[in-house]
Ligand binder design. Structure first.
Ligand code: DCP
Ligand code: CA
Length: 370
């Protein structure tokens, strides 16, 4: 028998709790979050505020511009925690198989609990009524044979909704939806998919798995590569620092190339003799796997920092991040006599054959004291 999974999500959670506490706020645009004067952001907006385009994560100052009559309230977390505990307890009365996802949402496996109610919808209605009676706030319930589809369903029917995606109807229901409806697909993934010409869940489902794997990092795979070096003696020798930075760049870029990736962010780390540690980061115009490009950027960061701070340094480090998959890079250099990318590949080959000390380009010198 197919499983029956509910995803239950309270509507405009923080804002709803505030409206229960202060009935004057009922029916009005209420925004819980940070101060619009102090660069705060919206945590929760009541459904009366949503038609103005207000949503969680938006700067509160923007929310106030969009809806000047909105009532702004600071968050009262202890209240929400209380309500959350009561909410979870109610769900637990309907099925012992509960998986809370956050303060205000949970999956409930009700596979064996439906019979006394007659149908999944009737059970869902009973849960919604109980929540409304005890907490005075509305919830939306998605019903499906698996968690992901149940969560998509509850999102589609908000607020105060109930939607079942019946067994066998999953594809037909989901295929036309925008990819952003998939839990876990945020702005970045949405854009990356759009760049590939994929906008709907159906189009995504039709992509060969290999193509998806090539474009998206599996969870747990490295998101950055870093190397650092502690000197045997603290140093302020600029040339020595740069030479070591170059070595470190060579190492991380070699690793980067072996993963067939390019990096968009370059950061240096400096630890001073007093153990104060700083990092400085920049974003490259184009992702690159070329040692010289990464080094030039890191060198600029180092020079800028050294100008500002004349303190002996005990550790230097490099970190490259925002790694992108095997994409065609734009040419970093016009076709000159020497192509840094080609040089890198030749060096990688020799180094992997004979070990890291076999060859280094110009700047590299040993890391022994200054
Ligand atoms: N939250 C937050 N900051 C965010 C998103 C959410 O503090 N960027 C908090 C406030 C929300 C609560 O978590 O009330 C639940 O998040 P939801 O995404 O479920 O948002 P709401 O419950 O407010 O609205 P919805 O009706 O869309 O579920
Ligand atoms: Ca919610």
């Amino acid at each position: 028998m197919a499983r029956c999974i509910f995803h239950i999500d309270l509507d405009a959670f923080f804002a709803s709790v505030e409206q229960v506490l202060n009935p004057k706020l009922k029916g009005k645009p209420v925004i819980v979050g940070g101060d619009p004067e102090r660069r705060g952001v919206v945590a929760s907006a009541s459904y009366e505020a949503r038609p103005f385009g207000i949503h969680a994560g938006m700067p509160s100052s923007k929310a106030r511009r969009l809806c000047p009559q909105a009532i702004f309230i600071r968050a009262h977390f202890s209240l929400y925690k209380d309500t959350s505990a009561k909410f979870m307890k109610i769900l637990g009365d309907f099925s012992p198989h509960i998986e809370p996802l956050g303060f205000d949402e949970a999956y409930l496996d009700v596979t064996g609990c439906i019979e006394p109610y007659g149908s999944p919808q009737k059970l869902a209605l009973a849960i919604k009524e109980r929540i409304h009676k005890e907490l005075k706030i509305t919830a939306s319930v998605g019903i499906a044979t698996c968690k992901v589809v149940a969560k998509i369903a509850s999102d589609l029917c908000k607020p105060d909704g109930l939607l079942e995606i019946a067994p066998g109807k999953e594809q037909a229901s989901l295929n036309p939806l925008p990819v952003a409806k998939l839990p876990g697909v945020g702005k970045k993934t949405e854009q990356a998919l759009k760049d590939m010409g994929i906008t709907t869940i159906g189009e995504l489902a039709n992509l060969p798995l290999d193509t998806i794997k090539r474009h998206f990092e599996a969870p747990g795979e490295a998101k950055s590569i870093s190397q650092e070096l502690t000197f045997t003696r603290d140093t302020l020798d600029h040339d020595f620092l740069e030479a070591n930075l170059h070595n470190l760049c060579q190492e991380v870029c070699q690793e980067l190339r072996s993963q067939k990736k390019s990096a968009k962010c370059v950061a240096i780390k400096l630890r001073y003799a007093d153990f104060k540690t700083i990092t400085r980061q920049v974003t490259l115009q184009e992702a690159s796997d070329v040692t010289q490009a990464v080094f030039t950027t890191a060198q600029q960061l180092l020079r800028k920092t050294l100008v500002k701070q004349e303190k002996p340094i005990r550790l230097i480090g490099i970190r490259i991040s925002s790694l992108v998959g095997e994409e065609k890079q734009l040419p970093m250099f016009d076709s000159g006599t020497e192509k840094p990318g080609h040089l890198d590949k030749a060096i990688d080959k020799i180094r992997s054959k004979y070990g890291p000390t076999a060859i280094k380009t110009g700047n590299g010198i040993s890391s022994e004291g200054s």
